[in-house]
Design a binder for this molecule. Structure first.
Ligand code: ZN
Length: 278
C-alpha cells in the first residue's frame, strides 16, 4: 500500500463507517522516513489458553507451523521494541495461564501443563506460562526445578499475580499491589532464573473498559517491578510506537480460541489479529 496522508486516512474513516477508538492506529506499518527504521511495530497475535485447552493445543500448533508462524516470548517482543533484535516474519505469543508450584499440585501440573509444554517443545514453538505464586502456601521445590528446566526448552514464565485477585478493586491497598505484582514477579524471577517481563492480569482485570484506562497502581507496581508489559485481554492490539522509553510499561491484550474454544476459533482469531491490527 502506498503511503497515505493524514487527509486520505481521515477520508477513509469518514467513508468506511469504521469507528476508531483512542489509541487505534490505521492498518499498516509506518516508517520513519529519516532513519528508515519502523516507527511502530504491530503487536503479534497473542493467544490465551488454559489447561482445559490441552486437547486443542497440538492441532493449533500444527496449524501455526504449517502457516509459517514462529513462537516468541514477551522478552523477544520487548527486544524488538527496544531495537535490539528483529521479530520473525509471523510472530505469535502463546500464553497458558494458572500454572503454580505449590505443594500437592505436582501430578496435575505435570500431567496437564506438562503435556502442553511438550506439545510446544516437540514443535520447536516458544511458549509462556502465566504463574500464580501463592506465597501463603508451601512451595514444591522439586516442581520449581522441573519448571526451571523447561526454560532450556523454549518456555518462559510471567507473573499471573500472587493470589489471582481481581486487580483494581477499591478495597485493594498498595501493599496488596506490591504482593500481587512486585513480590510475585521477583519470586518467579528468582526461582526460574530468567527475568519476568510481564504481568498477566487475572480475568484481564485492572483495565477499565469504560474509559480505556489501566488502574494506576497496576502501572506503578509494574514500573517498580521493572516489568515491561501488562497483559490483559481487551484492546491492546494497536501497533506500538517506537522507540519506547527505557522504563515504559506497555499494555497489550490477548485473545482466546474463539467463542467455541476450538481449533478453528483459534485460527480465526489469530488470523484476524495478524491482518487487522497492523
Ligand atoms: Zn488466570
Amino acid at each position: 500500500m502506498s503511503k497515505l496522508t493524514r487527509r486520505d486516512f481521515l477520508r477513509i474513516i469518514a467513508s468506511s463507517g469504521v469507528i476508531f477508538g483512542t489509541g487505534q492506529v490505521f492498518a499498516h506499518t509506518t516508517y520513519d522516513t529519516e532513519s528508515a527504521l519502523p516507527s511502530q511495530i504491530p503487536i503479534p497475535p497473542s493467544l490465551m489458553l488454559h489447561s482445559r485447552h490441552r486437547w486443542i493445543l497440538p492441532p493449533i500448533l500444527d496449524y501455526l507451523l504449517d502457516n509459517g508462524y514462529t513462537g516468541i516470548h514477551y522478552a523477544d517482543f520487548e527486544n524488538a521494541l527496544l531495537g535490539l533484535s528483529a521479530l520473525p516474519d509471523k510472530p505469535i505469543l502463546i500464553s497458558i495461564d494458572d500454572i503454580t508450584a505449590v505443594k500437592g499440585q505436582n501430578p496435575t501440573i505435570i500431567e496437564y501443563f506438562g503435556a502442553m509444554k511438550d506439545a510446544l517443545v516437540e514443535r520447536g514453538i516458544k511458549g509462556t506460562f502465566a504463574h500464580i505464586t501463592r506465597p501463603d502456601l508451601e512451595q514444591d521445590d522439586a516442581l520449581w526445578d522441573e519448571l526451571r528446566a523447561w526454560t532450556a526448552q523454549g518456555i518462559a514464565f510471567e507473573t499471573h499475580t500472587a493470589y489471582h485477585s481481581v486487580l483494581g478493586r477499591r478495597a485493594m491497598t498498595w501493599a496488596d499491589y506490591e504482593t500481587e505484582i512486585i513480590t510475585s514477579a521477583t519470586f518467579i524471577t528468582e526461582k526460574i532464573g530468567m527475568p519476568v517481563r510481564a504481568l498477566v492480569t487475572p480475568y484481564g482485570s485492572g483495565y477499565d473498559m469504560a474509559t480505556n484506562t489501566i488502574t494506576p497502581q497496576v502501572i506503578q507496581a509494574c514500573e517498580q517491578a521493572g516489568l515491561r508489559f501488562i497483559v490483559g485481554i481487551v484492546n491492546g492490539r494497536a501497533p506500538i510506537r517506537v522507540p519506547i522509553q527505557h522504563n515504559e510499561v506497555l499494555y497489550v491484550g490477548r485473545v482466546g480460541p474463539g467463542v467455541n474454544n476450538d481449533v478453528y476459533g483459534a485460527q480465526l482469531e489469530i488470523e484476524f489479529w495478524r491482518t487487522h491490527y497492523r
